[in-house]
Design a protein around this ligand. Sequence first.
Ligand SMILES: [Zn+2]
Length: 317
Amino acid sequence: MAWKVMMPKKIMFGENAAKEFPYPNKALIITTTTPDIYNNWLDYMGIKGYEVYDKVTPDPAIETVEAIQKEYESKDISCYVGLGGGSSMDVCKYLGKLTGKPKILIPTTFGTGAEMTTYAVISFSHKKKLLQDEAFLADAAIVDPYFLPGTPFNILRNSACDAAAQASEAYDSKLANPFTRFFCKEAFDILENGIINDKHDLLPYGAMLSGIGFGNASTTLGHALSYAFSNEGVPHGYALSSCTTVAHKFNKSIYYERFKRICQKLKFEPIKLKKPLDQAADDIMPDRGHLDNNPIPVTKQDVIKCLDEIVSGNPLL
Ligand SMILES: [Zn+2]
């Protein structure tokens, strides 16, 4: 069967990548941070003749995207630069789709590879929606460790777990192909080495490769289960520690033991659910995007069994 792989037109990785990138004039910088932080970043990048939109909030809404489009319509912007965490990049991706202008994505928190993917999370009527569109793909993705040292341990830990979950779930995905498996395997090896041996400087590279892999092959049951917990406020990467471990066990994944070891090393604790398991399973079952790509068919009873295993013992032992 034929397969297709997409990734940004240009990828720059490593020290000084964001400094050496030739930014066009009249770029619109989109960020969630404040001037005291991003002015230092922009100095470092050496970008000139730009505008800044810094009113993006976490979980950005479609109204924000449309407001930016309107505000800058008459200002002849050449491209968008998403500078920050996932929210800045998601807004940038959607704007690029609306206007057809190029987008440059620069993650500044140790990320999960979002700068590599055709996915964007945007809220419509206060509901977060995971969207996929080829038009979301970056024209350039720049991963520069300069931005990362400030990342707090909690965020680093959750992101590392997310990146490892993405790589290993996507490896097993029904949508995987030899090319994506190559990236997922390499990503997992690097992330595992970085986490187990405390070589945290390896994590950004591992996360970037994971982004290329899962961005083309999709995540599966572990991610589907995790949203029941995220809906109750458990951070995404944290929820995956237990959810992906149990999902890997269900799928008899070659990554089950290795993923669990990563979670033990990162000292994740068991997670709880307030909702009755049956109701949570009803919420999870319509998530066909993840469940249909799972290597083994998943019934509602399977989901309840997995949830029970997550909440009633410690799946990480
Ligand atoms: Zn994820």
